[in-house]
Design a protein around this ligand. Structure first.
Ligand SMILES: Nc1ncnc2c1ncn2[C@@H]1O[C@H](COP(=O)(O)OP(=O)(O)OP(=O)(O)O)[C@@H](O)[C@H]1O
Ligand SMILES: [Mg+2]
Length: 466
């Protein structure tokens, strides 16, 4: 299904007629084309949309805040008056504003919906994250201006488009609240002509026409019923009725003309991103050592990992794989925590270690300044989740001692052989970072976000190592 055509009404200046335009535009579009789905939503905090379109007083299924917290837009839509669909306004936006910083989130949410037709977004007189999101998703941005200061403010919207690498093509100025009683001497005879000249002078494109200031339209907000009435039903004899019809017709025609919509671009990008994630995941799986890095028991088969306790990767990223929980815990206690006795699975210390390991990164590498083949030392570090060192210990690797070469190898040897040895069988210059994984789903560590976190801590740790 083709993506909806998104029209955002935005201006940093308050009281220029954004909400009046957004709400009436929805109704005029519906009047123009009865079968066209028209959906309205507002990040304004006046609840005008709800006042104008709500049919019943039943509790709502959600509101516009849901668009930023994972709800499917389809589940938030209500059927309103005049055949217009709307998403209820929210009183949560002030609270959420501080927590959000991704202007693409709204477009991504809308791209997942089955919305069609035209979606109109009313915004606050502010370039906050909600307005930015609405600008980012828009096929058409209408910027109402009523005077020179509001025209000056348009610069910030243009700057937003430029700084986000977006084409300025969707942007249109619309003179609003134009007082037709005012006349000037000179080439620009009235405020409309003057505002249009200002816009052209600054390189801004305008919609055709304007919306006049009308006492009748203003009065539609104030009545004993406490309702907001549309121009179409209660202001048919005003010039604004003709002007709104003209604006709606332009929006409708440009929606028909636009072949590729912003949300189509997002959908394509999302599919690409999904494919990239999938292929990055598959590459990570393909490069895994299939057996436990300590005991060699097969753990990895076609992207599926049998229950394992730890994931390990060398800092040059040449080796990565899983380690069984038991193998790693025994190694740690025996060689680095100096346990006098063997620690078994049912031991309380075992549970304690497993629990605290969830918040740790472990690291193995050749101890600094020990390159001599026969005196190799191994350092073991424990870091917290943020990559800050908690402890470290260095041990001798007796296997390398000249006299003892024939001695039985330690349980550490196979792990080092698989991960940190160079061709000559010496510890190389890399380190091995080890992280506890979920035993039910060990491969989760290879998912993009988790893997990125692992890589970030690896980079952080590598810059601190002596
Ligand atoms: N064409 C018009 N003629 C006369 N008054 C109008 C017209 N359009 C809007 N108004 C009045 O101007 C005031 C502001 O309009 P509106 O609420 O639509 O502006 P806004 O830009 O959404 O404001 P805000 O920035 O506070 O959200 C309202 O009282 C409204 O009734
Ligand atoms: Mg408003």
């Amino acid at each position: 299904m083709s993506a909806p055509y998104i029209v955002t009404i935005s201006s940093e200046k308050g009281g220029v007629g954004k909400t009046t335009l957004a709400t009436n535009l929805a109704i005029y579009l519906k009047a123009l084309h009865e079968d066209l789905p028209v959906t309205l939503l507002s990040f304004d905090n006046h609840f005008s949309v709800d006042q104008m379109f709500r049919i019943n007083r039943r509790p709502t299924k959600g509101d516009v805040s849901g668009l930023f917290s994972g709800s499917n837009p389809d589940d938030l839509i209500e059927i309103g008056e005049y055949g217009v669909q709307f998403i209820p306004s929210s009183s949560q936006l002030n609270r959420m504003r501080r927590e959000l910083d991704d202007p693409t989130a709204l477009a991504k949410a809308l791209a997942k919906s089955s919305l069609g037709g035209i979606v109109i977004i009313d915004t606050r007189p502010d370039l906050d994250i909600f307005t930015q999101s609405a600008l980012y998703a828009a096929d058409r941005v209408i910027v109402p201006v009523k005077d020179a200061p509001s025209m000056d403010n348009c610069r910030h919207i243009y700057d937003f488009f430029d700084s986000h690498g977006l084409s300025r093509r969707p942007l249109r100025i619309l003179p609003c609240l134009v007082d037709c009683r005012i006349h000037y001497d000179g080439p620009f005879r009235d405020p409309y002509q003057l505002l249009k000249a200002y816009a052209i002078n600054r390189g801004y494109r305008c919609m055709e026409g304007y919306i006049a200031k009308s006492p009748k339209v203003e009065s539609l907000h104030t009545n004993p019923e406490g309702k907001i009435y549309p121009v179409l039903t209660h202001g048919r004899h005003t010039a604004v009725h003709v002007q709104m019809t003209h604006v709606a017709r332009q929006v409708y025609l440009s929606s028909i003309d636009s072949e590729v919509r912003r949300l189509d671009e997002h959908r394509i990008n999302m599919v690409h991103a999904e494919e990239e994630h999938q292929s990055a995941f598959e590459t990570r799986c393909k490069n895994l050592v299939t057996g436990c890095l300590v005991c060699g028991t097969p753990l990895v088969d076609k992207g599926q990992v049998s229950p394992a306790g730890y994931f390990a990767q060398s800092s040059d990223q040449k080796v990565s794989g899983f380690i069984e929980e038991e193998c790693f815990t025994k190694l740690v206690f025996r060689y680095f925590y100096g346990a006098k006795r063997a620690i078994e699975v049912h031991d309380p210390i075992w549970d304690l270690f497993r629990e605290s390991a969830q918040r740790s990164f472990f690291l193995l590498r050749r101890a600094p300044h020990t390159k001599n083949f026969y005196q190799q030392k191994l350092s073991f570090y424990r870091f917290d989740e943020n990559g800050l060192e908690v402890s470290h210990k260095t041990i001798e690797l007796h296997e390398f001692e000249k006299r003892l070469l024939s001695k039985e190898r330690s349980d550490l040897f196979p792990l080092l052989e698989r991960t940190l040895f160079d061709e000559q069988g010496r510890l190389n210059d890399t380190f091995l970072l080890i992280r506890k994984v979920s035993s039910d789903l060990p491969e989760e560590i290879l998912y993009d976000q988790n893997f990125e976190n692992f890589a970030t801590v690896m980079t952080k740790i590598s810059t601190q190592l002596p």
